[in-house]
Design a protein around this ligand. Structure first.
Ligand code: ME8
Length: 546
């Protein structure tokens, strides 16, 4: 049975979520929803990274304990997921005791395997990145190239991870599995870093207390990146089994996290057997999620954390004898006024405010349409409003309303059972396969564009066939039936394919069309509801103009 496991980075809780975080979560959600439509067993993980210096420093600056800050901000990240329509199956927090125990277990194994030794580390350190900088990375004035803050000279006793031992094996991974890291520019960047010669890296920190305790040295905590990376693995060892089906009307099936230490955790949500839901295979609560979902199908990240995921992470897994992920996709930065949006730079666009005004679907669409996934791109309110008006309101929203209105006006709301116009059929040929193939490579913008070309094709079809003219001539009733049936079915197909991108609005439209089968196999012309007497329902404008 095919399974699909997708992750986002776990976000630092040193501040509130912003649009950049929403971006990766939405992208991962599109992949998760698409694979559910394919009938696969899916696990979608997101969460928060709560240890380490960035969080400890932010807490101290606010005069609170790190745990308090972590609790407060983790709630905000948790709330972000459903607000952006994300259907994550679990939300991991690195302060979950089960995660901490798993980190200790895996890293102790790495040590037993001979990849850890004691030493002293000295280097330039950025407390915001929680990372040491190589000499050639340091910005003028001895500053961090990302955060522009002054670097700190650190010297401390520490356990080291023998990253250098994996030089050859990593080069081999890149040679044998070039598809493992995309886009190509990031693959080249990571490989160049590996080829430049890998140095061992500190695995533990002595000066910090806010972290996972090192089992072989209680005075140390693990360096936050090793703790954080292992979330992708540890989550599967204690998360409840995923919700396996999505009933119509429930766009965000988020399963509750178990309360740590709760002796009677709530059972995972049972799979609701609802007509029209995705018939994803049932996963028994007792199923071992590691054996079902490991290794991950896709890690999504931005380029700021490339080295950790493209170099440290596979090396760490090799050291622990754990299978490597299939693919890592590195998207670009959302830029505002040319700068990377980040908490520390202070030029943050609040996703909650955008959603409040335009809805989550519009935000999801805009982010994946306007910024080619994998490249950097500027985002702005002006560009958002233009896309909303010209594409969502005028092209898609209007297509939906006029199609239903014409079925109502010319056929009393009854969808005609007529054959599909071959001219339109040929333009839709192979579309679902094309979209799937693009999404298999995480080409989210290209897949959306392929669908959108058909939205535009349908609008042209209306103009070409002018149903209002056909309706004036009784002799042409058969032709009008064919046009209306083709149009309605075309709208159904594009909406099914758009479901992962805009789950709430497409669901309303598909409900109005009476399209029960929401699986990808139904996303072809002619597979729609043909029962005589099938009446279309009411539909409020999908994207009302402001
Ligand atoms: O790095 N454009 O957490 P973080 C696009 N805890 N994506 C952006 C973005 C932007 N302007 N800003 C943030 C960490 N992101 C670590 C990760 S993983 C084991 C540990 C997204 O809160 C993007 O996914 O700084 C980026 O990689 C991530 O948020 C960084 O989040």
């Amino acid at each position: 049975m095919p399974s699909f496991y997708v992750t986002t980075p776990i976000y630092y809780v040193n501040a509130a979520p912003h649009l950049g975080h929403a971006y990766t979560t939405v992208a991962a959600d599109v992949l998760a929803r698409h694979h559910r439509q394919r009938g696969e067993a899916v696990f979608f993980l997101t969460g928060t990274d709560e240890h380490g210096e960035p969080v400890a420093d932010a807490a101290h600056a606010q005069g609170v304990e790190p745990q308090e800050l972590a609790d407060r901000n983790a709630e905000r990240f948790k709330a972000l997921a459903p607000r952006v329509g994300a259907s994550n199956d679990f939300f991991i927090r690195t302060t979950d005791p089960q995660h901490e125990a798993k980190v200790q277990e895996v890293l102790a194994r790495v040590r037993e395997n001979g990849f850890v030794y004691e030493g002293t580390y000295e280097g330039w350190y950025c407390p915001r990145c929680a990372d040491f900088k190589a000499e050639n990375e340091i910005e003028e004035g001895n500053r961090c190239p990302i955060h522009h803050v002054e670097l700190v000279r650190e010297q401390e006793e520490s356990s080291f991870f023998k990253l250098s031992a994996f030089q050859e094996r990593l080069e081999r991974l890149y040679a044998e599995r070039p598809e493992w890291l995309a886009p190509r520019t990031r693959y080249n960047e990571a490989l160049a870093f590996i080829r430049s010669g890998l140095r061992d890296v500190p695995l533990t920190r002595h000066k910090l207390t806010w972290g996972v305790k090192v089992p072989w040295d209680e005075e140390h905590v693990f360096y936050v990146w090793f703790d954080a990376l292992l979330n992708y693995y540890s989550a599967l060892t204690y998360a409840p089994a995923p919700v396996t089906a999505e009933p119509p009307g429930a766009a965000n099936p988020v399963s509750p996290n178990p309360v740590p230490g709760d002796p009677n955790p709530a059972p995972p949500n049972p799979a609701p057997a609802v007509a029209g839901s995705n018939p994803a295979p049932a996963i028994d609560a007792s199923t071992d999620l590691v054996s079902t979902f490991w290794p991950p199908s896709y890690h999504l990240i931005a380029k700021d954390i490339l080295r950790f995921h493209a170099v440290y992470w596979p090396a760490l897994l090799m050291a622990a004898e754990i299978e490597l992920p299939h693919r890592l996709f590195v998207h670009g930065y959302l830029l505002m006024e040319g700068e990377k949006m980040s908490k520390s730079l202070g030029n943050v666009l609040d996703p909650f405010a955008v959603i409040e005004r335009f809805g989550a679907d519009a935000l999801r669409f805009y982010l994946l349409r306007d910024v080619p996934f994998g490249q950097d791109g500027s985002v702005s309110t002006t560009a958002f409003e233009q896309r909303y008006e010209s594409e969502l309101a005028n092209e898609y929203g209007n297509l939906a309303s006029r199609t239903l209105a014409m079925v109502r006006r010319y056929r009393d709301g009854v969808l005609p059972a007529a054959p599909i116009d071959p001219a339109l059929a040929s333009d839709f040929e192979g579309l679902a396969e094309e979209v799937s193939a693009l999404l298999d490579r995480a080409e989210l913008t290209q897949a959306l564009d392929a669908i959108w070309q058909r939205v535009r094709r349908l609008n042209r079809y209306v103009e070409e066939r002018a149903p209002w003219t056909l309706a004036k001539d009784e002799q042409r009733a058969g032709e009008l039936d064919e046009v209306l049936a083709s149009l309605a079915d075309g709208v159904r197909v594009v909406s099914l394919l758009l479901t992962p991108y805009m789950p709430a609005s497409t669901e309303r439209l598909l409900d109005a069309l009476g399209a029960e089968d929401r699986t990808l196999s139904a996303a072809r012309l002619g597979a729609g509801p043909t029962a005589p007497g099938n009446t279309v329902g009411e539909l409020e404008p999908l994207f009302p103009k402001a």
